[in-house]
Design a protein around this ligand. Structure first.
Ligand SMILES: *[C@@H]1O[C@H](CO)[C@@H](O)[C@H](O)[C@H]1NC(C)=O
Ligand SMILES: *[C@@H]1O[C@H](CO)[C@@H](O)[C@H](O)[C@H]1NC(C)=O
Length: 299
C-alpha cells in the first residue's frame, strides 16, 4: 500500500513495445469492430500462445474484424527481467500484439495499466467500435460477442455500452492481508459505485473515451475494475449486467451433468478461470459444426 501511494500520481511511463499501426491509423480504426484488450503479466507466455490459437485469433468474423492486443508491464530484476522482456520482444515481432509499458506489472498497478491503455487507444485506435477488456485466463466466445454486438440496435460503438458481470454495493475490503485491501484513508465510501467484474467487460469505443476523460481527474485506486465504475459514475453512466458473462465460473445444474459439456458454453460470452487444455478443448468444441445441443440450457 505504501508503495502504491508513493507512485499513484505517476501516470506517464515510456512504452517499451508499441504498435502505433495496430488499427491502421486514426481514420481506418473504425474498421476494427472488436478490439480484444487482454491484461497479461510478462511471464504468461503460454497463456498468450494459447489465446492466439483460440478465441483471440485475429480474424474476420461475420464480416467484421477482430483485433488483439496484450497489455503488459515489466517483472523481475536483472537477468529475469531481461529474459522476460526478450520473450515479449520476440512475441511482439512475430505477432504484433504486445503493448508494454515500463512499470512494474503488479496487481495494484492494474489500474495504471488500464489507464495507460485508454490513453494509447485515444491516440492510436480512437474509432474502434467495441472492446473486450479482460484477463488472459478466461474463455471468451468471441463469435457470440460479435453476434451480440451486431444485434445492438442503434449502437455502432458511438453510444454508451459497458456490460459484464455486475458488482453492486460492493464494500471495500478493510483487512490488511487481503489482496484487495483498501484502507479508509485511501478510499472513504462504504461501497464502490456499480462496476463490472474485471475478468471480462464488453464496452463501446465511446465509453472507453469517456472513461479516459474521466480518469484524468480521478486519482488512481488499486482496484482496477472498481476504478472503472468510479469513472462511469462521474460521467453519470450506468453498467449493464449480461447473463452470458460468468465471472465466477459456471453453475452447472447438477452433479450428474458434465460441467465441461460444450453445450453449456456455446451460448455464453465469457467464463472466468479456465485451465489451458480445457480452454483449447472448449474453443474447438463450440466451433465444431457437428456439435449437437438439444433444447435450451437454462443458466
Ligand atoms: C507500480 O509501478 C511503479 C513503476 O514501475 C513501481 O515503482 C511501483 O512499485 C508499482 N506499484 C506497486 C504497488 O506494485
Ligand atoms: C474526451 O475529451 C476529448 C478532449 O477534451 C473530447 O474531444 C472528446 O469528445 C471526449 N470524449 C467523450 C466521449 O466525451
Amino acid at each position: 500500500m505504501k508503495d502504491f501511494l508513493y507512485y499513484r500520481h505517476c501516470r506517464h511511463f515510456p512504452m517499451l513495445l508499441d504498435l502505433p499501426d495496430k488499427c491502421g491509423g486514426t481514420d481506418l480504426s473504425s474498421d476494427v469492430f472488436l478490439l480484444l484488450v487482454i491484461k497479461s503479466a510478462p511471464s504468461n507466455h503460454v497463456h498468450r500462445e494459447l489465446l492466439r490459437k483460440t478465441w483471440a485469433n485475429e480474424r474476420q468474423q461475420n464480416g467484421v474484424w477482430i483485433r488483439r492486443v496484450f497489455i503488459t508491464g515489466t517483472r523481475g530484476s536483472d537477468f529475469e527481467k531481461e529474459r522476460l522482456n526478450k520473450v515479449l520482444e520476440l512475441e511482439h515481432s512475430q505477432y504484433k500484439d504486445i503493448l508494454q509499458w515500463h512499470f512494474i506489472d503488479t496487481f495494484q498497478n492494474l489500474t495504471l495499466k488500464q489507464v495507460l491503455f485508454f490513453e494509447w487507444m485515444e491516440r492510436n485506435c480512437p474509432k474502434a467500435r467495441f472492446l473486450f477488456n479482460g484477463d488472459d485466463d478466461v474463455f471468451v466466445n468471441t463469435n457470440n460477442v460479435v453476434t451480440y454486438l451486431q444485434s445492438l440496435e442503434d449502437n455502432d460503438g458511438s453510444k454508451h455500452l459497458f456490460a459484464g458481470h455486475s458488482m453492486l454495493k460492493i464494500s471495500p475490503i478493510r483487512t490488511p492481508w487481503s489482496k484487495y485491501f483498501l484502507p479508509v484513508q485511501v478510499y472513504k465510501p462504504a461501497a464502490y459505485p456499480p462496476y463490472c467484474s474485471g475478468g471480462g467487460i464488453i464496452l463501446s469505443g465511446y465509453t472507453a473515451s469517456v472513461i479516459y476523460n474521466m480518469s484524468q481527474s480521478i486519482i488512481l485506486l488499486p482496484i482496477d475494475d472498481a476504478y472503472l465504475g468510479m469513472c462511469l459514475a462521474k460521467a453519470g453512466l450506468g453498467i449493464q449486467s449480461h447473463q452470458g458473462v460468468k465471472s465466477f465460473g459456471m453453475d452447472v445444474p447438477s452433479k450428474h451433468v458434465n460441467a465441461h459439456d460444450p453445450c453449456f458454453y456455446k451460448e455464453l460470452l465469457m467464463v472466468h478461470r479456465f485451465l489451458a487444455e480445457r480452454l483449447y478443448y472448449m474453443w474447438h468444441s463450440v466451433n465444431d459444426p457437428n456439435l449437437k445441443c438439444f433444447g435450451n440450457i437454462k443458466y
